[in-house]
Design a protein around this ligand. Structure first.
Ligand code: DX5
Ligand code: ZN
Length: 214
């Protein structure tokens, strides 16, 4: 399993310090939540944060774009150092083309679905994505309650993956992941676990270790 701490819960005045610390504490990926105040009702940091983070850590950057019509931002994200770019199926009518664009730019590509979006709606892109991110909260803010119902989507996706040899995506979960909910996601078939408020809410090394459940 891979643990991806979300820097949304880091100290924004000390982002460099916190990112280095969480990398040293055992993070497998750094999850970067970029919001536009339109697709979600919150604004975080711009594309420049990717470049700034890249300069201080070698841990791969897992960039989650909560941006309507993300296409113009894809080249900037990859140029700035995003290792994987995750875009929402709800954010563009051209999700297939946008995934292809990310690949052509040289990064890994992921599709994200909100709690209200069914897995079946992304079947047309499952053979071309590297990651599928299942939102286990409605996106926009850290510290929200895990929506247990979403584990059914993880199970469904995992079943699809097991019965289709052309699917090689990893399943990622994001929102309300802590030492209590991580096991539900793991048992359902998830591989990558984003956690913000839980990881940054205590000793980084201990919190990351506690997410690595059997
Ligand atoms: C929510 C973001 C998440 C958020 C998770 O919109 O996509 O990545 O940082 O925060 P926690 O782990 O606190 O739910
Ligand atoms: Zn996220």
């Amino acid at each position: 399993m891979k643990i991806a701490p979300s820097i949304l819960s880091a100290d924004q005045m000390n982002m460099g310090r916190d990112v280095k610390a969480v990398s040293e504490a055992g993070a497998d990926l750094i999850h970067v939540d970029i919001m536009d105040g339109h697709f979600v009702s919150n604004i975080t940091f711009g594309m420049g944060i990717i470049k700034a983070l890249k300069a201080v850590t070698e841990t791969p950057l897992d960039v989650h774009l909560m941006i309507d019509h993300p296409e113009p931002y894809l080249p900037i994200a990859v140029e700035n150092g995003a290792d994987m770019v995750l875009i929402h199926a709800e954010a563009t009518p051209h999700i297939h083309g946008a995934i292809q664009t990310i690949h052509n730019l040289g990064a890994k590509a992921g599709v994200v679905i909100n709690p209200g979006t069914p897995v079946d709606s992304i079947i047309p892109v499952l053979s071309i994505v590297d990651q599928v991110l299942i939102m286990t909260v409605n996106p926009g803010f850290g510290g929200q309650k895990f929506i247990k119902e979403m584990t059914k989507k993880i199970t469904h996706l995992d079943q699809l993956r097991q019965t289709n040899s052309d699917y090689s995506f990893e399943i990622e979960v994001d929102g309300g992941v802590d030492d209590k909910t991580v096991g539900l996601c793991k048992d359902a078939g998830a591989d990558i676990f984003v956690a913000g408020s839980y990881v940054f809410g205590g000793n980084l090394e201990e919190r990351i270790k506690s997410l690595r459940v059997e």
